[in-house]
Design a protein around this ligand. Structure first.
Ligand SMILES: [Zn+2]
Length: 166
């Protein structure tokens, strides 16, 4: 799902790089499909709605029951949610997943959000995917396995640790 050819971890330049790429988001990605759904300018199969969030069936699904959860406020990234939204976000995901368990008989699920153009985010509206899996006998889907595991030098690990710990 995520192509990561440029996965060289260079702690110092990473943040600046991300911001730089953010400015080059193609024009066609800036039109907000989620705000249009909220304004009822686009049809959607709404499976859950509350004061801060809407959950709809993904029209380009990776699995049966693939659901998109997005805030009613046009914010771009996870960390822009306020505390009320954060609580409703967790509540919405939990509610959708419980319905998937009871009604779709899922055996597992992946919750994923891509934040920033460099991570594959294709719209300016924060969105979270809930992708169910259906097999108890084998791995049905393993999104993390699609990414290569990096051999990061110990000094870089140590530097990363020091920065994040502060
Ligand atoms: Zn929007």
């Amino acid at each position: 799902m995520m192509e990561n050819e440029a996965t060289q971890i260079e702690g110092e330049v990473r943040a600046e790089k991300g911001e730089e790429q953010e400015k080059h988001v193609p024009q066609e990605f800036q039109e907000c499909v989620f705000c249009k759904i909220l304004a009822k300018q686009l049809p959607a199969m709404v499976v859950e709605e509350n004061s801060s969030f809407m959950a709809v069936l993904e029209i380009n699904p990776k699995a049966i029951g693939h659901v998109l959860v997005f805030p009613k406020r046009h914010i771009a990234h996870f960390e822009e949610m306020d505390m009320k939204e954060m609580a409703e976000y967790a509540h919405t995901i939990k509610s959708v997943v419980r319905k998937m368990r009871r009604k779709l008989y899922i055996t597992g699920y992946t919750v994923v959000s891509q934040n920033g153009f460099s991570s594959g985010q294709m719209t300016g509206h924060f969105v979270t995917h809930i992708i169910p899996t259906y097999s108890s006998k084998k791995v049905d889907m393993n999104l993390l396995a699609a990414l290569p595991t990096l051999d990061i030098p110990p000094a870089v690990m140590e530097d990363t640790f020091r920065r994040l710990r502060e």
